[in-house]
Each structure stands twice: as C-alpha cells, then as structure tokens.
Design a protein around this ligand. Structure first.
Ligand SMILES: Cc1ncc(COP(=O)(O)O)c(C=O)c1O
Length: 433
C-alpha cells in the first residue's frame, strides 16, 4: 500500500518544476518502501538495488537492527548539539572508530554530516598540523562538491565546469590505471613508471616541503573503481612519511566492508595518518567522520572544528548498530563472496560481448569497463549509458562511473539475497543482449 498522496506522473511533473536539474536522477520512479536490496515504488513495482544510494547501504535498506536503534534514539532526543551538550552515542562511536581504524598509535575521531565535509576537515587539520598549505589529490579522484573538494576532484564535467574559481594550492598527482598498460610492458615496469611519474610530479609541479597532505582513495570510486597497485600505494605512503606530509585515505566509498575488509587500505598493508569515512557508516543517515592520529586531530583548539548538525545522535545510533551488523552477519566474508559471484557472471558475459574490456574487483567493489573494441580499449560511453538505462527501466538500479563514463559499477547491499542477486544479474544479461 502506498504512503504517498500523488501519482508517479504528478510527482515527476512537480519534480521538474520545483527541483533543479542539477540533481540528476538515474531512475525516475518514486520510492515507497525498501528492505534489504529491494525498493518498491509507489506503483508497486520492485527494483533490485545494485546502487545502494551510491554505496551507502552495505547493511541494506531498513535493517531491523538499524531501525530499532534509530527509533529508540528518536524517542529520547533528536539533537542537543554535541558542542552544546554532549551525548553518549557520539562518544561511543568515536571510540569504536578509533578501535577499528588501522594503526597502533593514539587515535581520535570527529564526526560531520557529509563526505565532502569530512574531507574538508581532514585537510583543515593537516594544514594546521604541518603549517603548510598545499593539498595533493589524484587524477580521476572524487572528493565531493564543496569548493575545496571540487578543486580536489578530477572530472571537469559535470563536477567543476563553470563553478570556479577553486581554492588555491590544490595539485593533482597522476594515479595509475593498470588497464592502460600496453602488452609490451610488464606489470612491474608499468608500476615503476608510475612511481617515477609520481616522484617527478614533486619536482615539476609542487615541492614536498610545502605539501600539507596527500589525499588518496584506496580504490577510486567515481573514477571507475580503479584499483592501484599495492607497490604504488605503499610508495605514496612512504613518500609522505619521508617528507612530513599527512597521508589521508578517503575511504568514503570503499569503507565499512565494501571491499571485503572493514577499510580498503588494509588490502595494501598501509596505515594512513587520517581516514575519512561516510556513506555506509550510518546505513542511510547523513554522517561522516575523520579518524586517525590523535596528535594531528587534536591540533585544533576548541571551536575550530565542528558543525551544527555534526554527529547527530540518530545517525550515531544507526552507525553503532552498523558495526554490530557487520560483525554478527559476517558481512566482510559476504562481501568477498558477493564480489566473486558478480565477477563470475561478468566473465561469462565477456565470452559473448566484445564490448567488455576489463573486469576488476576488490571484495564486492566490482566494475566492468566497456570499450569499442578490446585492442584499442577506446571507452564506450554510449553502450554503458544504454545498459544502465535499460536496467533502470527494467527493474534494476544500476550506476555508471569513470572519467569517460564507460564503467558500470556494482554497489549492491552486502546483505543481498541469492534470489535478488540472480534477478539483478539476469536483467544485466538482458541489457547486454
Ligand atoms: C571517495 C569519496 N569522497 C568523497 C565523497 C563526497 O561525499 P558526499 O557526497 O557525502 O559529500 C564521495 C561521494 O561519492 C566519495 O565517493
């Protein structure tokens, strides 16, 4: 039974009239209720969710534990404002984040609302701590839509064009994409070259002693699920240590079990100084965090950090239940198993579809890159758009990604059932056909 008062058509018309085009909609139906990995729209149609609100729903829609924790908190209070009167949820969550974040050093955690806000604040404390100004992010990277994070983001259209000027002292270092390696080069030589390019960047573009922080997504999300070689990530981390630069891992899309580990940096055996977390942290409620070295985070004085709604108690309650669910339901193992199943299906499809150029995966962070042909590796944006469009008209929420828009990415809830997964994969198969 629907709980809205207007029809889909009426709501679509009002949306066109009252909501700016700037917010894109990959699916134009109207959600009514959702559970696990299925959303039901107000006309009763069921949608398998392979998008999870862009990586927000690792524990699935309306997980009973999250709902219970949220309801309990709503009955107690909504928001005293942590900087006005403290509450337990914020402190408990900060402790939890410090325990689960990598690193055997004293840690602290501070909460915010959005991913971009967490990145902004990680940069802010790094600048104060190092007394330096420059910020290094990477080509193909995405860090948000505020002025600073737009500047740190790579893709010009649709994220930056016409929205400048951007904050000064932001530099983008080259990020390796193994798929760009030619057959003539060995993997090791390719990685050596990328490390040399990274070193050169600090000679020709910005000097390391002026750099406050390097901000890196362990796997680039919006950039197309680009998995860097371990040796490259380790080199970047060592380089930062050598030059007194704060190394920040942006785990906003990769965190909370998406890659089969709680945080993706674990795959690279690298411990960042600071980490930004958001998206799946609070199962759909707005919450983000910066967690990491206490000596860095504690550098700002009272009142220099925070925000009116930062660390909202309802979101904190949801986040604490998320960590319980990840453990109790073994979601890290499930993540790996889910990824394997999706990858297997994609390899089957690659047998009959020449447009599949590359399939990559870490845990359940799976992507398929589409090309016009496998030799040229030329990006096939049109095909990617056709497939995601078909899916979004035939019962599957599916997202694209990539600098060239030619990657299909999978961000299904880790609690997805075999039946839901099968239905979703069947739709993808039809879409490819
Ligand atoms: C890696 C990464 N950093 C930052 C952000 C920005 O997060 P938000 O949209 O919550 O500001 C995103 C969002 O997609 C992201 O994937």
């Amino acid at each position: 039974m629907t709980t809205t008062y207007l029809t889909t058509k009426e709501l679509q018309e009002k949306r066109q009239k009252y909501v700016p085009r700037g917010v894109s909609n990959s699916n134009v139906n109207i959600a009514d209720y959702a559970s696990g990995a299925t959303i039901t729209d107000i006309d009763g149609n069921k949608w398998i969710d392979f998008a999870g609100a862009i990586g927000v729903l690792n524990v699935g829609h309306t997980h009973p534990k999250v709902t219970e924790a949220v309801k309990k908190q709503v009955d107690r209070f909504l928001h005293p404002g942590f900087n006005v009167m403290m509450y337990e949820g914020y402190i408990q969550l900060a402790e939890k984040l410090c325990h689960v974040a990598p690193g055997n050093f004293d840690k602290q955690a501070i909460l915010f609302n959005s991913g971009a806000e967490a990145v902004e604040n990680a940069v802010k404390v790094s600048r104060r701590y190092t007394n330096r100004q420059a910020v290094v992010s990477f080509t193909r990277g995405f860090h948000g839509r505020t002025n600073l994070t737009m500047g740190m983001t790579s893709k010009v259209k649709p994220y930056k064009l016409g929205f400048g000027p951007f904050a000064p002292e932001i530099y983008q270092a080259p990020f390796p994409h193994m798929y760009e390696k030619t057959d003539q080069l060995s993997e090791e030589t390719f990685i050596d070259e990328k490390i040399e390019e990274f070193k050169d960047f600090f000679v020709s573009i910005v000097s390391p002693e002026t750099v406050a922080c390097v901000v890196m997504e362990p796997i680039q999300g919006e950039g197309g699920f680009i998995i860097p070689p371990k040796r490259f990530v380790q080199f970047v981390s060592d380089f930062c240590k050598e030059h007194g630069i704060v190394f920040i891992a942006d785990e906003i899309q990769t965190g909370i079990g998406r890659t089969g580990r709680l945080f993706a940096m674990d795959h690279f055996d690298v411990v960042p100084d600071l980490m930004t977390v958001s998206k799946s942290l609070a199962a759909g409620l707005p919450l983000s965090a910066v967690v990491g070295r206490k000596d860095i985070l504690d550098v700002a004085g009272p009142g220099e950090l925070g925000g009116t709604f930062a660390g909202n108690p309802v979101a904190c309650a949801a986040a604490l239940s998320v960590f319980d669910i990840v453990e109790e339901e073994n979601l890290l193992d499930k993540s790996e198993m889910l990824g394997q199943k999706i990858e297997k299906k994609l390899h089957e499809l690659a047998g009959s579809h020449e447009c599949i150029g590359d399939i990559r995966r870490l845990g359940a962070m799976v992507a398929v890159e589409l090309v016009t042909d496998r030799n040229s590796k030329k990006p096939n944006k049109e095909k990617t758009a056709e497939i995601t469009k078909y899916a979004n008209q035939h019962g599957l929420l599916l997202l694209s990604a990539g600098l060239k828009g030619n990657v299909i990415r999978f961000l299904a809830p880790l609690v997805i059932t075999d039946d839901e997964l099968q239905k979703g994969l069947d739709i993808i198969e039809k879409a490819f056909q």
